[in-house]
Design a binder for this molecule. Structure first.
Ligand code: MRU
Length: 364
């Protein structure tokens, strides 16, 4: 997608040496566009942990390239033990996004499937490239399917904009290209459908304000930033036609973990009969668990992310304290929206009810 009218992916292999990859440092957006080179599996783990890259699909792709760098660091003698340490180190970075484990398991299977260190490195490289390319295609297809929902609503609007509310950033910056929640929006734009997006700022790290607003603006999509608690009011006044969010993990029965605050939007949507969709690729489905509230591990992050807010002042990016210094804060990264509150799940294979039966039908 576009940044300053140039086409970007969020992550790319440095083709010349094939021994490093590059990412956009998302901690500095929207104020600065900084490209960061990642040369080691340690740095790959830290860019995920410190959220220079974030968003479930991109976390998976970054882990895949990080694993590949691990195969370059390992020697003939210690290959298996070194790679198992790299696997564990990358897997421990962000507990909620299941795409991370999905990608690492694929990478391990690729390396295990061949003999000889050069062959293992090459298999890991090819697998990481394939995971990246697959993500682009899955997100594109999520857009193709989700577009039909927007089209249907737009037919009832007599040329007025279709108002879509989204939470956090589930855009192309959270993936490689297109995004999950935003892909139907970008496809609708291509079809000339009049759309407007309500962007939740998404405390504590403000991924909505910093990233979703940035990428929608770069793509010329009509949007308005709102504070996190506005959604319910807008829905009561008929100002939201649908909600589309992303997800970090979906259970086999269709419960959806996503950025903290998503559940409250789903409750408000249900109360106001606003359709609520979650969009994600198959890599986000965890077929091993059913009850999301009980079984999905919820990441708890540093309390300073709640106590401090970062922004630009007089040309410089600064952090400011917004509460008494000694106030304790809790920082739950995600919450779980039970399937009963979800109108449908938009995937690369089509749209399914949020139920085990529905998801299985798509993926059988
Ligand atoms: O903590 P983050 O920024 O990684 O959280 C991201 C989200 O919650 C996204 O909405 C989710 O990963 C879906 S990404 C397409």
């Amino acid at each position: 997608m576009l940044i300053n009218k140039d086409n970007y992916h969020t992550i790319w292999l440095n083709e010349k040496s094939r021994s490093s990859f590059s990412i956009i440092d998302q901690r500095l957006l929207p104020h600065e566009l900084v490209i960061m080179n990642v040369h080691t599996s340690d740095v790959a783990a830290s860019v995920i942990k410190d959220m220079a890259v974030r968003g479930a699909p991109l976390i998976g792709v970054t882990a895949a390239f990080g694993f590949y760098l691990g195969t370059l660091e390992a020697s003939q003698d210690n290959f298996d033990s070194y790679i198992s340490t790299v696997f564990k180190k990358l897997a421990a970075t962000r507990p909620t996004a299941v795409n991370l484990l999905w990608a690492l398991q694929k990478m391990k299977a690729a390396a295990d499937g061949v003999q000889g260190i050069d062959q293992k490195r090459n298999a890991a490289l090819q697998c990481a490239i394939a995971i990246k390319n697959e993500d682009i295609e899955m997100c594109r297809m999520i857009g193709v399917h989700g577009l039909e929902l927007i089209k249907a609503i737009s037919k009832t609007k007599n040329g007025e904009p279709v108002n879509i509310l989204t939470h956090c950033n589930a855009g192309w910056l959270a993936c490689v290209d297109w995004g999950t929640a935003t892909s139907p929006i970008y496809h609708a734009q291509k079809e000339g459908i009049n759309i407007h997006v309500w962007v939740d700022e998404t405390r504590p790290r403000n991924q909505g304000a910093n990233l979703t607003a940035f990428e929608l603006g770069q793509q010329n999509i009509n949007h308005t930033l709102i504070v996190d608690n506005t959604g319910g009011h807008l829905m009561q006044h008929g100002m939201v036609d649908m909600v589309i969010v992303g997800s970090d993990r979906v259970t086999a029965q269709g419960d959806v973990a996503n950025k903290i605050g998503t559940y409250l939007k789903a409750l408000a949507a249900k109360d106001n009969r606003v359709p609520f969709y979650a969009a994600m690729p198959v890599s986000t489905i965890d077929w091993n668990i059913k009850d999301g509230v009980k079984e999905i591990p919820i990441e708890q992050r540093d309390q300073n992310e709640v106590k401090y807010v970062s922004g630009k002042h007089e040309g410089k990016i600064k952090e400011v304290l917004i509460c008494p210094e000694t106030t304790p804060a809790a920082n739950y990264g995600f919450d779980v929206t039970p399937s009963r509150l979800i109108t449908g799940i938009i995937t690369e294979k089509g749209i399914s009810p949020a139920s085990e039966e529905g998801l299985k039908k798509l993926y059988s």
